[in-house]
Structures are given as C-alpha cells and as structure tokens.
Write a protein that binds this ligand. Sequence first.
Ligand code: MF3
Ligand code: CO
Ligand code: CO
Length: 258
Amino acid sequence: MDNKFQESFEKTRIAGSIAAGALDEVAKIIKPGVITKKIDELCYEYINDHKAFSAPLFYRGFPKSCCTSTNHIVCHGIPQNKVLNEGDILNVDVTAIKDGWHGDTSRMFAIGEISIKAKKLIDVTYKAMINGIKILNPNVTLGDLGFEIQSFVEKEGYSVVRDFCGHGIGIKFHSEPNVLHYGEKGAGKKLQAGMIFTVEPMINEGGFETKVLNDGWTAVTKDKKLSAQFEHTVGITKDGYEIFTQSKKGLNFPPYKI
Ligand code: MF3
Ligand code: CO
Ligand code: CO
C-alpha cells in the first residue's frame, strides 16, 4: 500500500476493530427480554473503555450511541425501553471514532428462535454484502458493486432499499462517494486504491419503499415487511480490498455461538 494511504488505513483499522468489538460484546447479552436501551448502554461503555467516541451520539441530534433496528425497521432505530421478543430480528449499527477516524459496522441478531423466512432474509443480506465486497479492487466501478448486490438479492426474490446507501468514511462520518447497493455494470465512479467506504445493503422482504417515522430517524418499510442489513467499512488496496470491521471472534452472522 502506498505510504500516503498508510495512516488512513491504520487509523481506520483501529476504529473499525473497536466498532466490531462493541458488536461482539453486545452479542453476549442479546436475547428475549432484553431492552434495546441496554444494548446502547453496553455500546457506550465498550467504546468509552477503548478511549473512543460514539459517532452517532448527538450526530445531527441522534440521541443514542448506536442504532437498534428491529423487524420492519430498515435503519436508524433509536434504542429505548423496547423489549426484544422471541422471533424478532435486530440490526445493531455501531460507529466508533478513534484518534479522529471512523469505523462503521452493523450485524443482524436473531432473538431466540426466528422463522425460516427471517433466517433466509438474514442469510441473503449477509451474502449480498460479502459477495459485493469480494469483487472490490481498483478495476471495478461503484456500479459493478451495486449490480453484484442487486442482481443477487433480486434473484432471491427480495428488494434493495434505495433511500439509504453506503458512504465514504474517514475523518468524516459520511462523505463522498454515495455507495448505492443497486446499479449497472460499468456505471459510476471507478474505484481507486486508498478509498475507504462502507458497504451496507438494506434488503427488504417486500418492496424497497421506506418512510421515516415522526421521531425523524426511524426508517421503516412502507409495507411493514421485514428488512435486514449488514455493514462493513472497507478500504481499496492496489489489488483488492481490506475489511476493517471484521469480528475477531468470528461472530459474522447469526446464530452466534458464544
Ligand atoms: N451508522 C449509520 C450508517 O451506517 C449512521 C447512523 S447515523 C445516526 O451510516 F445518527 F442515526 F446514528
Ligand atoms: Co454507514
Ligand atoms: Co452504520
């Protein structure tokens, strides 16, 4: 890797490992009966213990340290006194700032036993993210990434959310480019070594339309069907990619054997 990218990669690696570590930590307590506020508190503590900051906390008025999005919530669910019930699916999204640099990652969690259709949605969503990431190198375009994700997801009978996308990340939480999870081969910007961005497809069981609730944050599916999401922060290297937010405990997708 070019020297000039070394600092950004090293810093993002550290921030990314803290964000991933927070997800490994919350995985220990997530089960039926737990309230989403408890997950937020644990995230806050973990990030604080690692001498880092939570990026969502007070970001544009967001009140908590992570996002907790259940069932038909697409993203940006606000942790609160909501009890997790057997059969729910949950996304926890954590972004840590360490030494000025951001690491952003999310995973799905299954609350107790979940339905076969929920399991399948989670499976397809994880594969969509990973298959997308696997094609990344300086010879592909953002459209290639979108196409890879969209074609796989639609073949499985699901839809890709259009209203939210991945993003450049670094010293800023959200920056250029917009990383769409749908698109056409060869379209869009060509990737370059040194770029750092997130891949975070939101995949719906039904239609891709979403709406934001009155709290100004919580995005839900219009048809109230399930939605799932995974997110990694990745960097483009001279011949491929690096994932900065991998779980060090192998807790990549549920069920998590802890
Ligand atoms: N972590 C989310 C993302 O992937 C953004 C959350 S912003 C918040 O980009 F304010 F809702 F926390
Ligand atoms: Co993100
Ligand atoms: Co995120």
